[in-house]
Ligand binder design. Structure first.
Ligand code: ATP
Ligand code: MG
Length: 561
């Protein structure tokens, strides 16, 4: 027996009824984003690896150990080989073929047919026969390797040339030639027939490209902003996305290798107001609204400012110096970070290190006047709007591109994976990716963790249970078609209908209906003739006779929420 295949570790299937909850979350998010004037962006799921190396930062956990990266196979450059081969063999006199040289030939309509077969060219080659120079027509196929497929394409092409008047080759000799790169192996098991195989010298493979499944979406959005010249509109861009991200992490509850993020970015040239602290406050206020509308209570917004790139660099040095006398007592990771990236010491979770970390200088004291003012304006706007937050001096976030405001929304119900979403300002990211100056701010929310939080908070069943308005039970297979018509009528009127099957006994129909629908509608010969249907409501247990014309209204009552 063959082994059953399973979903890859760290990935999983989402099934009904839970997918209904996912859809509800996404619909709520889209609705909130629209009210804040965000538009949707969809970027590719994989990108050039360099985008993440530069955009996320080589030193981060994501890039250094969590990415799915592969080298995309070598690509055969067919057109380059054809062009070089023709150049090398072409007769110097255009209308005259010389010995061993070729001229390109073929009527356009026949060439199109040749191409459809995978044979790219027809040429006329000069051959010396004693005193005389004559020629022979060759059909030429260019491939990355010798293959049965190429040989049979050529043989078919010759049959076509002999039978199709558009070839103008019905008389005369036709030879077949397969051109492959010298590097290609001459597979001895391939039956060659009378095809001449030519190994042609040259470099015909484009070097492979390193690609990566996106581990996050901000770098892709900023790449797209630059590539599509969105900055040239002069407008502030407000973009949101919903989609899968991929990280090779150790799978556990709330941590998967394919997971989904809902995120948004506000980015634009400085003249569009993209640097304003109002943008930061608006995003944070929007997130508070979104979480409230999703029904998530008890979230905490943690807020910090990591200042400008210069502030961060200065703080790194202050931290490095402050660590020298104490780092010997800290964990091995911290000893390494103290040298490579002192800021990351603040992320340390080792309990014994915590009292030491509490004594280290805080980044707030390293901010310059501008960053200080910017942050004060963000918190003042949040205070005014009544969005609660707590300041967390240690919130520096893993990604290298953050500047000024950084934040995280956490939720107690998630245990160790308590971060629901994270984000911040990234004023230098566009320039790091070779784009124009384009300050921005954004966030990414873990949709999987949102679902876990909602499932834990709500009564599981009421969160996801959904039932059709009616189950139609035909009494006998001869009524199946009539039942389909009735279902169609009701569905066209907007009702949610499940369709039974006439081979079911009435008892089985009732059981199936009770599981999936709020009502059962019985359709027998009498009901069909009289147009009066028997309907039972499962929650009240009442059975009613309803005229067909009033059925839709009857079933829809009481109105669904
Ligand atoms: P964590 O500290 O939990 O590893 P992170 O800092 O790596 O999170 P971000 O890169 O900020 O996460 O991504 C934003 C959000 O995406 C997180 O707050 C989390 O909700 C979610 N997320 C990140 N990694 C995963 C994962 N492997 N599985 C599920 N959700 C994830
Ligand atoms: Mg992580």
């Amino acid at each position: 027996m063959s082994q059953t295949l399973k979903a890859v570790r760290g990935t999983r299937d989402l099934l009904p009824p839970e997918t209904a909850l996912w859809n509800r979350i996404e619909a709520t998010a889209r609705n909130v984003f629209a009210r804040y004037n965000f538009g949707e962006i969809r970027t590719p799921v994989f990108e050039d690896t360099a985008l993440f190396a530069r955009g996320v930062g080589e030193e981060t956990d994501i890039v250094s150990k969590e990415m799915y990266t592969w080298s995309d196979g070598e690509r055969f450059e067919e057109n380059k080989m054809i062009a070089e081969w023709i150049d090398k063999n072409r007769s110097t006199q255009p209308h005259n073929v010389q010995p061993g040289r070729i001229n390109e030939q073929g009527t356009p309509s026949f060439l199109a047919k040749l191409n459809a077969l995978g044979v790219q060219r027809q040429v006329y080659r000069g051959i010396q026969q004693g005193q005389h120079l004559t020629g022979v027509t060759e059909l030429v196929c260019f491939r990355p390797a010798l293959s049965t497929d190429a040989i049979s394409a050529l043989v078919k092409a010759r049959v076509l040339a002999k039978s199709d008047p558009s070839s103008q080759l019905q008389q005369g000799r036709i030879e077949l030639r397969l051109v492959i790169p010298t590097s290609a192996p001459l597979n001895p098991w391939v039956e060659r027939g009378d095809v001449s195989i030519e190994q042609f010298e040259g470099q015909f493979f484009a070097s492979s490209q390193s690609l990566t499944l996106r581990p996050e979406n901000t770098a892709g959005v900023v790449r797209s902003y630059i590539e599509n010249k969105l900055g040239e509109t002069g407008q502030l861009q407000k973009l949101y996305y919903i989609g899968p991200q991929f990280r090779r992490e150790r799978p556990q509850k709330g941590r998967y290798r394919q997971f989904s993020q809902i995120g948004a970015e506000v980015i634009g040239p400085p003249s569009s107001g993209s640097e304003s602290p109002l943008r930061d406050a608006e995003i944070l206020e929007m997130l508070a609204t979104l979480l409230d509308e999703l029904g998530i209570t008890g979230w905490t917004l943690e807020l910090n400012s990591v200042g400008s790139a210069a502030d961060r660099a200065g703080y790194n040095e202050t931290l490095r110096a402050a660590l020298v006398p104490v780092v010997g007592k800290m964990c091995a990771d911290c000893q390494r970070r103290a040298v490579t990236n002192p800021l990351r010491v603040l992320d340390c979770k080792v309990p014994d290190d915590q009292p030491i970390i509490e004594t280290l200088p805080v980044i707030a004291d390293s901010l310059d006047e501008e960053s200080r003012k910017h942050f004060a304006a963000v918190t003042a706007a949040l205070d005014a709007a009544g969005v609660p937050y707590t300041l967390n001096h240690r919130l520096v976030r893993g990604l290298d591109y953050y500047t000024r405001t950084t934040f995280e929304f956490t939720h107690g119900g998630l245990g160790a994976q308590n971060a629901l979403l994270g984000g911040g300002r990234y004023d230098g990211l566009s320039e790091m990716l070779g784009g124009p100056r384009a300050p921005g701010i954004g966030f990414a929310m873990g949709e999987d963790r949102l679902v876990l939080t909602l499932l834990a908070a709500l009564d599981q069943n009421s969160a996801v249970e959904q039932k059709a308005e009616a189950f139609i039970a035909p009494l006998g297979e001869s009524l199946n078609a009539a039942a389909l018509i009735l279902a169609r009528e009701l569905r066209h009127q907007g009702l949610w209908i499940e369709l039974g099957e006439g081979s079911f006994r009435l008892k089985k129909s009732f059981e199936a209906a009770d599981k999936t629908a709020r009502h059962i509608v019985i359709l027998g010969e009498d009901e069909l003739k009289s147009g009066i249907l028997t309907v039972k409501n499962f929650s009240t247990g009442i059975q009613t006779k309803v005229p067909r014309g009033e059925l839709a209204v009857f079933l829809a009552e009481p109105p669904r929420e």
